[in-house]
Design a protein around this ligand. Structure first.
Ligand code: PXP
Length: 239
C-alpha cells in the first residue's frame, strides 16, 4: 500500500493571512502524524509566503515520522537543507509569481544544477527526490543524475477535463511509474490529488507515497468547522 505524506503549507498560508502565530503548522504536523500519516511535507519558498525557517527548524525536532523538505535548487536552500537534514529533499521548480508549483522540474534545462545539488545533499546522506512531469525522458535523466526518488506530477491528470483527456493523462502516470520502477527509482506522486482523483490509483502498484496538501487542509477546515463553532458558542453561553 502506498504511504501518505501530508503537506501542511496551507496551515501556514492561513496563519500568514493574519501574520500572527495561529494556526501553527507545527501543531498541524503533530495531528497529521497522530492520524497515521507517513510523513510531513513543507515547501520552504524563497519568498517565505507560507512556511518559515522557524517552522522547518522546529519540525525537524518534533516530526517523528519523516520530514520532507520541498525546495528550489538554490544555494540558499541547499545550505538550509544541509543544516536541517530532512529525511528527504524534493527538488521543485519555483517561480515567484506562481500560486503553487506549476509543473515538474525540466531536467533537460536544469540537469547540471540539479545534479550538483544531488551530489552535495547525498554526500551528507540526505536522499533526494525530483518533482517531474510524467515523461520517460525526465525519468531517465533523473536516474542518470542519481536521484533516489522521483515525484510524479499528478496535476495535469487531476485538472484534465473529460474522460479522454483524463485517461491520457493517467496513462502517462502509469507508464512513468513502470519506467521508474524498472530503473529502480523510488516513486512518489502528488499535486492536485483529492478525495475523488485518488480513487483512480486503485490497483496501480509501484507508488511508494502520495504527497497531498491542499485537499486535506481544505477538508479539515470544512469537517472541523462545526466543532469550532460549537466550542465558541459554549464559551459565549458561559459569559
Ligand atoms: N508535491 C509537490 C512537489 C508540490 O509542490 C505540492 C504543492 O506544494 C504537492 C505535492 C501537494 O500538492 P497539493 O497541495 O495540490 O496536494
Amino acid at each position: 500500500m502506498p504511504g501518505l505524506a501530508v503537506n501542511v503549507d496551507h496551515v501556514a498560508t492561513l496563519r500568514e493571512a493574519r501574520k500572527i502565530n495561529i494556526p501553527d503548522p507545527v501543531m498541524a504536523a503533530g495531528i497529521v502524524e497522530l492520524a497515521g500519516a507517513d510523513g510531513v511535507v513543507v515547501h520552504l519558498r524563497e519568498d517565505r509566503r507560507h512556511i518559515h525557517d522557524r517552522d522547518v527548524r522546529i519540525l525537524r525536532k518534533t516530526v517523528t515520522s519523516k520530514l520532507i523538505l520541498e525546495m528550489a535548487t538554490t544555494s540558499e536552500m541547499i545550505d538550509i537543507a544541509l543544516e536541517i537534514k530532512p529525511d528527504l529533499v524534493t527538488l521543485v521548480p519555483e517561480k515567484r509569481e506562481e500560486l503553487t508549483t506549476e509543473g515538474g522540474l525540466d531536467l533537460h534545462l536544469h540537469k547540471d544544477a540539479v545534479s550538483d545539488a544531488i551530489n552535495i545533499l547525498k554526500k551528507e546522506d540526505i536522499p533526494v527526490s525530483i518533482f517531474i512531469d510524467p515523461d520517460p525522458d525526465q525519468i531517465e535523466i533523473a536516474r542518470r543524475i542519481n536521484a533516489d526518488f522521483v515525484e510524479i506530477h499528478t496535476g495535469v491528470f487531476c485538472d484534465a477535463q473529460g474522460p479522454k483527456k483524463r485517461a491520457e493523462a493517467f496513462d502517462k502516470i502509469v507508464e512513468s511509474v513502470k519506467l521508474g520502477r524498472k530503473l529502480k527509482l523510488g516513486i512518489n506522486a502528488g499535486h492536485g490529488l483529492g478525495y475523488q482523483t485518488i480513487k483512480a490509483f486503485k490497483g496501480l502498484s509501484g507508488i511508494d507515497e502520495f504527497s497531498i496538501g491542499h485537499s486535506i487542509i481544505a477538508r479539515a477546515v470544512i469537517v472541523g468547522l462545526d466543532r469550532a463553532v460549537r466550542e465558541m458558542i459554549a464559551l459565549i453561553k458561559e459569559l
